[in-house]
Design a protein. Structure first.
Length: 141
Protein backbone atom coordinates (compact mmCIF):
# COMPACT_ATOMS: atom_id res chain seq x y z
CA UNK A 1 0.00 0.00 0.00
CA UNK A 2 2.65 2.50 1.01
CA UNK A 3 5.71 1.50 -0.98
CA UNK A 4 4.01 0.48 -4.22
CA UNK A 5 2.11 3.47 -5.57
CA UNK A 6 2.39 6.33 -3.10
CA UNK A 7 6.16 6.40 -2.64
CA UNK A 8 6.86 5.89 -6.33
CA UNK A 9 4.33 8.51 -7.39
CA UNK A 10 4.37 11.22 -4.72
CA UNK A 11 8.07 11.97 -4.92
CA UNK A 12 7.47 12.65 -8.61
CA UNK A 13 4.07 14.36 -8.58
CA UNK A 14 4.38 16.47 -5.45
CA UNK A 15 8.08 16.22 -4.58
CA UNK A 16 9.36 17.21 -8.02
CA UNK A 17 6.69 18.42 -10.44
CA UNK A 18 4.33 20.44 -8.25
CA UNK A 19 6.85 23.00 -7.00
CA UNK A 20 8.15 23.56 -10.51
CA UNK A 21 4.68 23.92 -11.99
CA UNK A 22 3.56 26.29 -9.22
CA UNK A 23 6.57 28.48 -10.00
CA UNK A 24 5.05 29.01 -13.47
CA UNK A 25 1.29 28.56 -12.94
CA UNK A 26 -1.17 28.95 -10.11
CA UNK A 27 -1.97 26.03 -7.82
CA UNK A 28 -5.16 25.02 -9.63
CA UNK A 29 -3.60 24.93 -13.10
CA UNK A 30 -0.63 23.03 -11.69
CA UNK A 31 -2.98 20.54 -10.05
CA UNK A 32 -4.99 20.01 -13.23
CA UNK A 33 -1.83 19.41 -15.28
CA UNK A 34 -0.55 16.86 -12.76
CA UNK A 35 -4.02 15.30 -12.46
CA UNK A 36 -4.31 14.67 -16.20
CA UNK A 37 -0.79 13.22 -16.42
CA UNK A 38 -1.40 11.18 -13.26
CA UNK A 39 -4.61 9.77 -14.72
CA UNK A 40 -2.93 8.86 -18.00
CA UNK A 41 -0.05 7.30 -16.02
CA UNK A 42 -2.53 4.65 -14.89
CA UNK A 43 -3.81 3.99 -18.42
CA UNK A 44 -2.14 0.54 -18.75
CA UNK A 45 -4.24 -0.72 -15.81
CA UNK A 46 -7.35 -0.35 -17.97
CA UNK A 47 -6.05 -3.05 -20.30
CA UNK A 48 -4.81 -5.54 -17.70
CA UNK A 49 -7.17 -8.37 -16.79
CA UNK A 50 -7.63 -8.72 -13.06
CA UNK A 51 -7.50 -4.97 -12.38
CA UNK A 52 -10.66 -3.26 -11.12
CA UNK A 53 -10.22 -0.63 -13.81
CA UNK A 54 -10.37 -3.28 -16.52
CA UNK A 55 -14.03 -3.99 -15.78
CA UNK A 56 -15.55 -1.22 -13.73
CA UNK A 57 -14.10 2.22 -14.38
CA UNK A 58 -14.46 4.43 -17.46
CA UNK A 59 -11.11 5.97 -18.47
CA UNK A 60 -12.46 9.52 -18.74
CA UNK A 61 -14.10 9.23 -15.32
CA UNK A 62 -10.85 8.00 -13.80
CA UNK A 63 -8.81 10.86 -15.29
CA UNK A 64 -11.41 13.36 -14.08
CA UNK A 65 -11.17 11.78 -10.63
CA UNK A 66 -7.38 12.12 -10.60
CA UNK A 67 -7.74 15.81 -11.47
CA UNK A 68 -10.02 16.35 -8.45
CA UNK A 69 -7.69 14.32 -6.25
CA UNK A 70 -4.71 16.27 -7.52
CA UNK A 71 -6.36 19.49 -6.35
CA UNK A 72 -6.90 17.93 -2.92
CA UNK A 73 -3.27 16.77 -2.84
CA UNK A 74 -2.05 20.27 -3.75
CA UNK A 75 -4.19 21.74 -0.99
CA UNK A 76 -2.70 19.31 1.54
CA UNK A 77 0.84 19.81 0.22
CA UNK A 78 0.64 23.61 0.20
CA UNK A 79 -0.92 23.76 3.67
CA UNK A 80 1.74 21.53 5.22
CA UNK A 81 4.64 23.62 3.89
CA UNK A 82 5.37 21.13 1.13
CA UNK A 83 5.23 17.94 3.18
CA UNK A 84 5.67 14.92 0.95
CA UNK A 85 4.91 12.77 4.00
CA UNK A 86 1.41 14.31 4.20
CA UNK A 87 0.87 13.55 0.50
CA UNK A 88 2.22 10.01 0.98
CA UNK A 89 -0.16 9.36 3.87
CA UNK A 90 -3.15 10.80 2.00
CA UNK A 91 -2.32 8.68 -1.07
CA UNK A 92 -1.84 5.56 1.05
CA UNK A 93 -5.14 6.08 2.87
CA UNK A 94 -6.92 6.61 -0.44
CA UNK A 95 -5.52 3.37 -1.85
CA UNK A 96 -6.27 1.48 1.36
CA UNK A 97 -9.84 2.73 1.44
CA UNK A 98 -10.51 1.08 -1.94
CA UNK A 99 -9.72 -2.29 -0.37
CA UNK A 100 -11.53 -1.71 2.92
CA UNK A 101 -14.59 -0.10 1.32
CA UNK A 102 -14.82 -1.41 -2.27
CA UNK A 103 -17.43 1.16 -3.29
CA UNK A 104 -15.93 1.55 -6.76
CA UNK A 105 -17.03 -1.97 -7.64
CA UNK A 106 -20.68 -1.00 -7.09
CA UNK A 107 -22.99 0.57 -9.65
CA UNK A 108 -23.06 4.02 -8.01
CA UNK A 109 -19.75 4.04 -6.11
CA UNK A 110 -17.91 6.01 -8.77
CA UNK A 111 -20.69 8.58 -9.00
CA UNK A 112 -20.71 9.08 -5.24
CA UNK A 113 -16.93 9.47 -5.27
CA UNK A 114 -17.09 12.12 -7.99
CA UNK A 115 -19.88 14.00 -6.18
CA UNK A 116 -17.90 14.03 -2.91
CA UNK A 117 -14.74 15.15 -4.70
CA UNK A 118 -16.61 17.98 -6.44
CA UNK A 119 -18.06 19.14 -3.11
CA UNK A 120 -14.70 19.12 -1.32
CA UNK A 121 -12.79 20.72 -4.20
CA UNK A 122 -15.46 23.43 -4.51
CA UNK A 123 -15.27 24.18 -0.77
CA UNK A 124 -11.48 24.34 -0.91
CA UNK A 125 -11.59 26.68 -3.92
CA UNK A 126 -14.08 28.97 -2.18
CA UNK A 127 -12.34 29.01 1.20
CA UNK A 128 -8.67 28.98 0.16
CA UNK A 129 -8.82 30.42 -3.33
CA UNK A 130 -7.82 28.76 -6.60
CA UNK A 131 -4.58 30.71 -6.97
CA UNK A 132 -2.67 29.17 -4.05
CA UNK A 133 -5.02 26.60 -2.47
CA UNK A 134 -3.34 27.64 0.72
CA UNK A 135 -4.06 29.62 3.86
CA UNK A 136 -0.69 31.36 3.46
CA UNK A 137 -0.51 34.73 1.70
CA UNK A 138 2.82 33.80 0.16
CA UNK A 139 3.78 30.26 -0.71
CA UNK A 140 6.18 28.91 1.88
CA UNK A 141 7.15 25.79 -0.06
Amino acid sequence: MFLGGPVAEEFGWRGYALDRLQARFNATVSSVLIGVIWGLWHLPLFFMKGQDMYHNVPILGFVLGTVFLSILFTWIYNNTNGSILAALLFHTMGNLSHFIFPAMSTAIGGLISVILNVIFVTLIMVIYGPKRLSRYKEQQI
